[in-house]
Structure formats: structure tokens, C-alpha cells
Write a protein that binds this ligand. Structure first.
Ligand code: ADP
Ligand code: MG
Length: 235
């Protein structure tokens, strides 16, 4: 089995009197969609922020391909993330936003047009982003996350604001990201959005994992893709 793309081990974090993370631990593997599901306030967004080095922890470790985020060589092209619907300059087009981001990351401008196509925004890419629906903003945020062709992708509540057609598209899109060999971590407060899409589900509540189907999920994914998985724990 390939090494995990993301490892979260024993994260604990307090905000004042709130224990936001209480021993959060799980792993995210390349080639699989890992669904991160739990009610609002369970600690999903905080966990993702910790993985990205945006929040400090009181205890525990978060590693990306074996390193803390701050020690990745090219973090922005290593980890693509959607934390909130994109912050937009309302007067600029989606394409302008992406061209600017590509430029600021040292990427060629054609990447902007490629990711616009990938997320299905081609027909709207030259319109002012101020008129975008929340679902379109989510697509733009995902396009931005994909600019650097990252092997690791974290999407926080990408189904928010999506209409039924967008949800169907998002499910297939997440599958295609994993089929390209990427490690995909996607959060939702609704099990229904993830259960048919994710290869493994990490269910959380009150800052910790309450159920993790990674073993059965891995076996199923492996049999679908005809790859061998070692299921015994090495001595
Ligand atoms: P989820 O994404 O699963 O809805 P969060 O990670 O956003 O959960 O929040 C976990 C807990 O931490 C909640 O109780 C939330 O109110 C609290 N929390 C998150 N961020 C902050 C913050 N910046 N300041 C204070 N409390 C926070
Ligand atoms: Mg959240």
C-alpha cells in the first residue's frame, strides 16, 4: 500500500474553553477519496487548517508526505485546498483571478484556462466574479486549488451552495481527482453527500474520530482497482 499523503496524529487544540480537537487521528491515501464527515463544530475545518499550518496545535502532529506543511519544498503546488468559498474581487473575471494566481505561483498562464475547463467554468470565465453564485464560487476556488497540479487536495465543504446538478458533477469530479492518483480529503456535514463518493469515511464528532472505515474502504477500492493491499499489521 502506498504511503499516506496526509497523516493526522493525536491533534489536540483548545480555543479558550472550547476543546476543538481532542485527539484527532487518521490517514489520507493517494488514489482515494477520503470523506471527512461530522456535524458542524466537530473539528473538520480546524483539522484542515492545522494540516495547512494555519492553526497551531497544543499537541499532536500533521504531516504531508512525511513532512510538516512548513517544510514542504513547494507547498502551494504540493497541497491544493479550498477552505471557504473563494474571496473574490467582484469586478474581476474568474479567468483574471486565476491568471493572477498562476502568475503569483510562477505557473504558466495556460494553467488558468486548463483548470477553468476542468471545473466546468469555461462559459462563465470571462464574466465578473461578483455575479457568481455560491456554487460557481466553489468551482472557482477548486480551480485555484488545482492550478499547481497538486498531488494532495483538501476541500472543506465543497458541496455547500451547489445545486443538484452541481452535486452530481462534484461527486464525479472528486472520483476523477482520485483516479488521477491524488490523495483527496473532502469534508461535509452531510453523510449523504459523501457516502457513495468516498472510498473511506472518517466520521468525527467533538474533535475526534468516532468511526473510520479506512480498512474496509481500502479493501474495496483495491479490489475495484485490482491492486494488492496488505491488511495485516507488521509485527
Ligand atoms: P467543523 O468544521 O467540523 O464545523 P470547526 O473546526 O470549525 O468545526 O470548529 C470546531 C470547534 O472549534 C467549534 O466549537 C468552533 O466553534 C471552535 N472554533 C473553531 N475556530 C475557532 C476560532 N478561531 N476561535 C474560537 N473557536 C473556534
Ligand atoms: Mg467547517
Amino acid at each position: 500500500m502506498s504511503a499516506p499523503g496526509i497523516i493526522v496524529a493525536g491533534l489536540r487544540k483548545r480555543f479558550g474553553t472550547t476543546l476543538a480537537l481532542d485527539g484527532m487521528s487518521f490517514a489520507v491515501h493517494p488514489g482515494l477519496v477520503t470523506g471527512f464527515v461530522g456535524p458542524n463544530g466537530a473539528g473538520k475545518s480546524t483539522t484542515m487548517r492545522v494540516v495547512l499550518g494555519l492553526d497551531a496545535v497544543d499537541e499532536g502532529t500533521a504531516l504531508i508526505d512525511g513532512r510538516p506543511y512548513r517544510r514542504l519544498r513547494r507547498p502551494l503546488t504540493h497541497v491544493g485546498s479550498l477552505l471557504d468559498a473563494a474571496a473574490l474581487h467582484p469586478g474581476r473575471s474568474a479567468r483574471n483571478h486565476l491568471l493572477w494566481l498562476a502568475h503569483s505561483q510562477g505557473l504558466p498562464g495556460r494553467r488558468a484556462d486548463q483548470v477553468i475547463e476542468e471545473v466546468g467554468l469555461s462559459s462563465a470565465a470571462r464574466r465578473k466574479a461578483g455575479g457568481y453564485s455560491l456554487g460557481m464560487r466553489q468551482r472557482l476556488g477548486i480551480a485555484a486549488a488545482l492550478l499547481g497540479d497538486p498531488p494532495i487536495i483538501m476541500l472543506d465543504e465543497p458541496f455547500n451552495g451547489m445545486d443538484p446538478e452541481g452535486i452530481v458533477w462534484m461527486r464525479g469530479f472528486l472520483r476523477s481527482l482520485a483516479a488521477q492518483g491524488r490523495a483527496v480529503l473532502v469534508s461535509s456535514h452531510l453523510m449523504s453527500e459523501l457516502q457513495d463518493t468516498a472510498d473511506q469515511l472518517v466520521a468525527v464528532g467533538r474533535g475526534k474520530v468516532i468511526a473510520d472505515t479506512s480498512v474496509t474502504g481500502l479493501i474495496e477500492a483495491a479490489s475495484r482497482n485490482r491492486v494488492a493491499v496488505r491488511t495485516t499489521v507488521p509485527a
